[in-house]
Design a protein around this ligand. Sequence first.
Ligand SMILES: [Mg+2]
Length: 288
Amino acid sequence: MGQPVLLCSDLDRTILPNGRQPESPQARPLLRALAARPEVTLAYVSGRHEALLKQAIAEYTIPVPDYAIGDVGTTIYEIRDGAWRPWPAWAEEIAPDWRGRSHDELAALFADVNDLVLQEAEKQGRFKLSYYTPADMDRTALLPQMEQRLGALGVRASLIWSVDEAADVGLLDVLPAGATKLHAVRFLMERKGFPEARTVFAGDSGNDLPALTSGLQAILVRNAHPEVLREALDTLAAKGAADRLFIAEGGFLGMNGNYAAGVLEGLAHFLPETREWLRTAVTPAQAR
Ligand SMILES: [Mg+2]
């Protein structure tokens, strides 16, 4: 067996071909072949909650991972024999930010705010308060007021607000300040013994940028938005770390570099032995 590999990847439009660009037909079969190798530990890094992670795995026939960083970084699931268990060590790592307060105690802080409506139960977590807001909410007024109330309890939180334009609704997550995707990836590396040289992260969009520009070996899939590419390159150039990001171009094993094809192309760039694993995994039926 070769040396261990930790592949951490975003799902939507990075491994899942749910964007408007075409997917090469060999991409997901090759990803499945890669994940089946004993050297490979696979971690999905996603904003999805457990049910939506499982739905994506079934719908797109992608490999069941060894770990899933879900719920916007607030949970790391360990998956063994098909059973998903939140990893207690990660909860302990981020718990101090909440200062012992429960989800409901924190929600009670904002019970009087008419613009905040709690999202469905499956979108809530021990370390995640999620609200709907009006799409046109004046966040410059509300968010500082919320920060002030949390700060008065010593709670360290990130308030992440975005608009779902299709649904015309605002989305607000209140998360422990330490519960970022990047921190979760680094925690996994440290606790499971994966050095930077054996770890690769892949993503496509703005919420992947902190990890893409962290100095970890990182891959931007070819279908990424040009603005994300530009911002990643600017950030890395300022750090003098441009060589830590691989931008998929297509051409690897006859694939187009979008989605999983781009992930595999980048993996082969950083860890050349994986190129051979993938090349020999192409069956005549796949190599059309
Ligand atoms: Mg994505």
